[in-house]
Design a protein around this ligand. Structure first.
Ligand SMILES: [Zn+2]
Length: 381
């Protein structure tokens, strides 16, 4: 027989999981929550009642349930329940933003990064941005939940140390606090390709599909595969290096030491400077780069067939040239051998999506801890 204490602990746990899911998904009905969390609808209803009683969630709009002719009520988190900070790093800049539990961004900043890519110097720049968005937002410090960091090529070793490729493509081990300095909130680091892809899956252009390939081209070229609603790679492994798929065995030398990687043909690292990116010659060069990118993506899809490819990063500024070039490369590579040719989608153009996604991943890990330490949790105990 379960003791009363056990039952109460289990209910609190269910309530915390429901709350995390509601924030992560941006709202959900009771029956969808029951499906996602694998618990009974009665348990979900009890948890939602408790969360409403605590003032942590509220009932939102009613919406139609597809194909059933019924409607359901969406449960949404109270915006001011807490605030999440996210930051991300790309080829030439770092960004940080702070958002509430309904994903309203209440402050964001962006700054060009130190060209030396020294981890400590970049860490100090990210830290300065984070401090600035916190100051801009002017919310009570006890309402801050966690900081999520999206970094290139990151594998989280033990939560305190990460392996990242951000020093010009070279693999570096770096302690999070060594990079960011002393920080009063929990910090969770994640791979930036995974963060961008997860945003597309939850809220962006891939929200309507279960499986897709997601490609992010900035300084390097990363890829993630979502299969039946789940990403095949997690935080603990480095495996999104589409840029180092080799295209020409005797090609140009790559930063990885091999020759002819896709990176040497299509990455942001190899792009001409901004002043050179105009005119007919650039357009032909860009089409050629996009063609190579398409061939590289097709190589991936020859092993894992996926109906949709989502593209993000530097190529998205040139859809008129990039879309036909990538599409024709995919067609030429896949169609003759009878493989499915995917539809190409350009990613959502929200600038802070990697930061938001990194923040949500941090929230997912730290919400329980936050509720415990918040005065709200103490009041309900
Ligand atoms: Zn390489």
């Amino acid at each position: 027989m379960p003791t009363q204490a056990n039952t109460s602990a289990r209910r609190t746990l269910t309530a915390a999981r429901v709350l995390a899911e509601v924030i992560m998904q941006g709202g959900a009905s009771r029956s969808r929550l029951a499906g996602w969390l694998g618990v009974s609808k009665a348990s979900i209803s009890r948890a939602v009642e408790e969360l409403i009683g605590n003032g942590w969630v509220e009932e939102g709009a009613r919406f139609r349930v597809a194909q059933r002719g019924r409607s359901a009520t969406s449960i949404i988190a109270r915006a001011g329940l807490g605030y999440i900070i996210g930051a991300d790093l790309e080829g030439s800049a770092a960004r940080a933003c702070i958002f509430d539990c309904q994903r309203n961004v209440i402050g964001s900043r962006r700054r060009a990064i130190d060209p030396s890519w020294a981890p400590q110097r970049i860490g100090a720049q990210i830290r300065a941005l984070v401090d600035e968005v916190i100051a801009d937002a002017d919310v009570p410090s006890e309402k801050l939940i966690a900081l999520g960091l999206a970094l290139p090529g990151v594998a989280t070793l033990d939560g305190r140390e990460v392996r990242t490729t951000f020093a010009q493509g070279k693999l570096t081990r770096v302690g999070i606090h060594e990079m960011i300095g002393d920080f009063e909130l929990p910090i969770v680091a994640a791979d930036n390709t995974l963060c961008v892809s997860d945003y597309e899956r939850r809220f962006g252009v891939a929200a309507d599909v279960q499986s897709f390939a997601s490609v992010l081209v900035r300084y390097g070229i990363g890829a993630a595969i979502c299969s039946n609603g789940r990403f095949l790679s997690g935080e603990a492994v480095l495996c999104s290096e589409l840029g180092h798929v080799r295209m020409q065995l005797d090609g140009e030398e790559c930063i990885c030491g091999q020759r002819g990687c896709l990176d040497t043909l299509a990455s942001g690292r190899t792009w001409p400077s901004a002043e050179e990116r105009h005119g007919e010659r650039w357009e032909a060069d860009l089409a050629n780069r996009a063609h190579h990118l398409g061939v590289g993506i097709a190589n991936l899809l020859k092993i894992v067939p996926l109906p949709v490819v989502v593209l993000n990063g530097i190529y998205n500024a040139y859809p008129d040239i990039v879309r036909p070039a990538v599409n024709s490369a995919l067609n030429a590579a896949l169609e003759p051998i009878g493989l499915q040719v995917p539809s190409l989608r350009f990613g959502d153009d929200l600038e802070s999506k990697a930061s938001i996604s990194a923040g949500l991943r941090a929230l997912d890990q730290c919400l329980g801890e936050y509720l415990e330490r918040s005065s709200l949790a103490r009041r309900s105990a």
